[in-house]
Design a protein around this ligand. Structure first.
Ligand SMILES: [Zn+2]
Length: 144
């Protein structure tokens, strides 16, 4: 079942946050990962995108990261605050929200840099200086 069908079924009398989320879903390839108590959480384009936490009044845009909860043994997917924008049900407000989300995705993509050894691209939370964690261990003897 696609998200759109699910939304059509469940959102017959949508909350304001759901109406905001519906707009975002029409503009971006987003997935609904939470929807409860007037709060909708969307993910857009995974690790190279952003997470949007939507309420009736605002959208908080967060960027993916990894929390190294117990060193290298317990990496947990997380997010960090990027920007918060007020949202109203007007075309200009939704246009601004789209622009902020596009800027967040661009900011996240710009964080990815190529490893100097394997030349694959990694986000900063998976690199030490100019090397990915795997190559830094193999080539520089760094123990995580
Ligand atoms: Zn590497």
């Amino acid at each position: 079942m696609s998200n759109e069908v699910e939304i059509e079924d469940h959102w017959e009398t949508p909350t304001i946050a759901e109406r905001h989320a519906h707009h975002v879903l029409c503009s971006f390839p987003a997935n609904v990962v939470a929807n409860s108590s007037g709060i909708v959480v969307l993910t857009i384009e995974g690790e190279r995108g952003c997470v949007v936490l939507i309420t009736a009044e605002a959208a908080e845009i967060r960027l993916p990261t990894t929390e190294w909860t117990k060193g290298a043994y317990a990496p947990r997917a997380s997010t960090c605050f990027w920007r918060r924008v007020a949202v109203r049900e007007t075309p200009s407000s939704y246009q601004k929200l789209d622009q902020v989300i596009e800027a967040a995705i661009a900011a996240r993509r710009a964080e990815f840099q190529p490893c100097c050894f394997c030349h694959e691209e990694f986000p900063p939370e998976h690199m030490t200086d100019d090397a990915c964690h795997g190559c830094a261990s193999a080539n520089r003897g760094i123990v995580y």
